[in-house]
Design a protein around this ligand. Structure first.
Ligand code: PGA
Length: 272
């Protein structure tokens, strides 16, 4: 990982395609993604629909963009079984895919994901060698009633355990870069309402202090915390300038190659 004085954890720019871009569109995306800025040491990933995993990975490699990792958006914690509609870690491994999102707010909102299922997925996938981006964030109502920190704490402690009480909590061992946290305020997702850099930095600093409490300063200093919620090429510079923002998880603005490239360029610039 390339580090800089300003960005001690490097910079990670990630795209969440959600239910967009089948295999054909995934191929077109990488064919049109301008020559990479990845040699700057920037890290990047796209989380794509399961049916597009192979096409995206192959197209990325074919167009010299293999450094953009391809990952899944949701994976079951069991390795196989009677779970209609789900996919598992070993299935991803068979495709050479080793990255996944866990607990995205749309999974929580529309598909019954809870703190408990987010914990099960995180623990199981990390143990299987899959790098996880765990998504957390408050709703508008929770923010307006002053409960942002309480919600973030509940979501993180559910996965990482309480301060000192259960020091052997399995997911903690992965707070060395393999487990990434994404702070995504629900009210900012897909709404065009980005958190201001001050609001985002405040939440990120809180998450960093919580990581320090539960897992120690060294783990907290190695763990990337991404911001997500209406990130665009226009606002990404200001967000990346914040001390505790180590990158971005981007939905809408990751779908077009030009726009994703602009985000990658901003990430590389933040590293320099
Ligand atoms: P958005 O989505 O950038 O379209 O707001 C972010 C996300 O849901 O990860």
């Amino acid at each position: 990982m390339t580090k800089s004085v300003r960005k001690p954890r490097g910079v990670l720019i990630t795209g969440n395609w959600k239910m967009n871009h089948g295999p054909g569109a995934a191929r077109n995306f990488f064919a049109a993604l301008p020559a990479s800025v990845m040699n700057s040491g920037l890290r990047a990933a796209v989380y794509v629909p399961d049916v597009s995993l192979v096409a995206a990975r192959e197209a990325a490699a074919a167009h010299g963009q293999a450094a953009v990792r391809v990952g899944a958006q949701n994976v079951h914690w069991e390795k196989s079984g009677a779970f209609t509609g789900e996919i598992s870690g070993p299935m991803l491994a068979e495709l050479g895919i080793s990255a996944a999102l866990v607990g995205h707010s749309e999974r929580r909102q529309y598909f019954g994901e809870t703190d408990t299922t987010a914990r099960k997925r995180t623990e199981s996938l990390l143990a299987q060698g899959i790098e996880v981006v765990l998504c957390v964030g408050e709703t508008r109502e929770e923010r307006e009633s002053g409960r942002t920190n309480e919600v973030l704490k509940r979501q993180l402690v559910a996965v990482l355990g309480e301060n000192g009480a259960d020091a052997t909590h399995p997911a903690r061992a992965y707070l060395d870069g393999r487990l990434v946290i994404a702070y995504e305020p629900v009210w900012a997702i897909g709404t065009g309402l980005t958190a201001t850099p001050e609001q985002a930095q405040e939440a990120h600093a809180f998450i960093r202090s919580l990581l320090t409490q539960v897992a120690g300063a060294s783990a907290a200093s190695k763990t990337s915390v991404l911001y997500g919620g209406s990130v665009t090429p226009q606002n990404v510079d200001q967000l990346l300038a914040c001390a505790d923002i180590d990158g971005a998880l981007v939905g809408g603005a990751s779908l077009k190659p030009e726009s994703f490239h602009a985000l990658l360029t901003a990430g590389a610039k933040a590293l320099a």
